[in-house]
Design a protein around this ligand. Sequence first.
Ligand code: BTN
Length: 232
Amino acid sequence: MKLGSIVWLSETESTQEVLKRADFPKGTVVVASRQIRGRGRLGRRWVSSEGGLYFSFLLEYKDIKGWDCLPLIIGYGVSDFLEDEGIPTAVKWPNDVYHGGKKISGILIERTGERLIAGVGINVNQERFPEDIDAVSMKIVKGRSFDLRMVLLKSLYFIEKSLLILEREGFEPIRKKIEEKLLYKGSEIIVNSEPPTVGILEGISSEGYLRVLTADGIKEIAGGEFSLRPYM
Ligand code: BTN
């Protein structure tokens, strides 16, 4: 997997849409300084004002072994990058990177036919966020601004590195590392399945599913959302 040309737009609706609408070669990276309708998982918005880094890149479905684990693999790459910048992080299943209990990056994977569009948002130079969003930026953590071009190139380097491990050795080596930095591992969580699943977060399965120890034994959950179970 090799990432290719970089197209940097000052503003666009969503970098995901740019890649969906035209026939770019695989590996193309589209970056925007602002997005008008940045989006997250489950149809949520992704606040995309000036200061953050918003990019998407194209992969081919056939090149990816087990795409359920892709958001975790990319999230792991971003988390590695942030740690290299001196920012401790945790990976939150299935697609987020956290620092100090707050979100610092989110990953969105969309499929159109044979193409996968991987979108990454990193909170870089924002000084504040809307009140309803529990987020933090690199600038808030480190007390200084970062060059967005450096953040793009370095985070792509770390993402490419983890994609290469996936390609050569499969998910297992990264799965183990993700488990070491998995947010809420060992804590009691509640998953928004139907009905909700309550249990202890055990780890990640070889497919990239959430493993939860419930009263009925281990359950593997393929998608959705979870939070810490509040004290009753
Ligand atoms: C999430 O946490 O739910 C995923 C957020 C993904 C945001 C990125 S920013 C670049 C790309 N373009 C979008 O509209 N979304 C992704």
